[in-house]
Design a protein around this ligand. Structure first.
Ligand code: FE2
Length: 280
């Protein structure tokens, strides 16, 4: 086996250090700001076909704090409005540890506009930072927060239900409260819940056409040919993009913000535009 001198080991260490620092700088200064619009078609099952054509913009995991400039959020809002979606859904984690930054964030989000409305659910960080304060600021911005509630909306003369749950991680997700079983045979439903792995609990419910979630950040730091380096609780089975099980689909967005170390690698921030399409 080749023996390395102390001098060579020092040089290798130095090279590794430079590569690591360069990657961190790239992830923090460049990729973290490379906002991507993902356009995705979601083919519906026959029983949900009245939703065909509906265009939903979704965005999640802002993790807004005093370190973040509002420019990325302003670009998010501008890009979403430019797509003219029918409906906008925000999937939680507006803040990280402290509820106060939700106020300046909500001032940006107040500019979002869609004919069927702008709706939100809370994430685990919102619950930890102060669910009532986060809810109050979003409501003031004209955004309707759904916490184990459903709203009946109408698209092209056909009603459907939009349900939103609290955070699964903190034990505040109650599907039966939002969509009582009595309505099981009634309207098609879209479900927003922050943590994607809740999908394993709903995929036998024939009412739910689509679950929308965030939470994973797509891994935030991904390795080529490997994927997400680290994933949170309730975000290990459905990591990023579109999945289908039984009657339903789930779409998981990578979100726009970051948690420590505030870098993104092979995983740029995302806003998502989903178009529900007719069954084939
Ligand atoms: Fe989260």
């Amino acid at each position: 086996m080749m023996k390395l001198s102390r001098r060579k080991l020092f040089k290798l260490g130095l090279l590794g250090g430079v590569a690591g620092t360069s990657s961190l700088a790239y992830g923090n200064l460049i990729e973290r700001h490379q906002l991507t619009l993902e356009k995705v078609e979601v083919p519906l099952k026959l029983e949900h076909s009245t939703l065909a054509g509906l265009r939903i913009a979704m965005v999640s995991d802002f993790h807004f704090d005093e370190l973040q400039e509002g420019a990325l959020i302003a670009r998010c809002v501008e890009k979403i409005n430019a797509q003219q979606p029918d409906l906008i859904i925000l999937c939680g984690d507006y803040v990280s540890h402290d509820h106060e930054p939700v106020e300046p964030l909500a001032q940006h989000l107040a500019k979002l506009t869609a004919p069927l409305g702008v709706f939100a659910v809370l994430g685990n960080h919102d619950h930890w930072a102060g669910a009532s304060q986060v809810t109050r600021q979003l409501t003031r911005a004209g955004i309707q927060v759904l916490r184990n509630q459903a709203e009946t909306l109408t698209y092209r003369h056909s009603p459907f239900q939009l349900a939103g749950l609290g955070s699964v991680w903190v034990g505040d997700a109650h599907l039966k409260t939002a969509l009582p079983l009595l309505s099981k045979k009634s309207l098609p439903a879209i479900l927003a819940v922050h943590e994607p792995d809740f999908f394993d609990r709903i995929n036998q419910d024939p009412r739910i056409a689509l679950q929308l979630s965030g939470h994973t950040h797509g891994g935030q730091v991904c390795a080529p040919f490997y994927g997400a380096m680290r994933l949170p609780s309730w975000g290990k089975n459905y990591i990023s993009g579109l999945y289908r099980r039984h009657h339903s689909h789930i779409y998981v967005t990578r979100g726009v913000g970051t948690l420590f170390p505030h870098v993104r690698f092979c995983c740029p921030p995302e806003i998502s535009l989903l178009t529900l399409t007719a069954p084939v």
